[in-house]
Design a protein around this ligand. Sequence first.
Ligand SMILES: [Zn+2]
Length: 147
Amino acid sequence: MMPTAKDLQNWIGSDLAFRIDGKSIFCQLCGKPINSEKKFLVDQHKRTKKHKEKVLEARRKDGQTSSKMVKQLSIPGVFSKQQECRDEEKAFKEALCKALLKANIPLNKVDNEEFKSFLSKYTGRKIPCESSLRKTYVASTYEKNFK
Ligand SMILES: [Zn+2]
């Protein structure tokens, strides 16, 4: 018997590495759907070397960003204003990424013209494309909300 969407949701719990994609589970860290006919297959995926590497990579990336930010904070004067804007923009993108992940909204929806123009009109910000969200924010967002 195929698992229901509710089963799938139970299996992945609050693990932001995964989202439900129709009738199966999609691993956002590995960027691919995983075999989700049985719970043990999902657990098996979590134990694969590849997946574990992605989790580690996510942790590493997060560590790098934090230490970089600390360094940049110590640069005085003219840079601080620019840095403020960049931090704010980064916070916005992270928040966007988190909202999408938590709501199980596929990241590529930000490339949808209608959705993108809605977001950018009412937030007054430039909306990042899916690949830049995936490259820069999924790992750290995942890491921050996974711990
Ligand atoms: Zn994975």
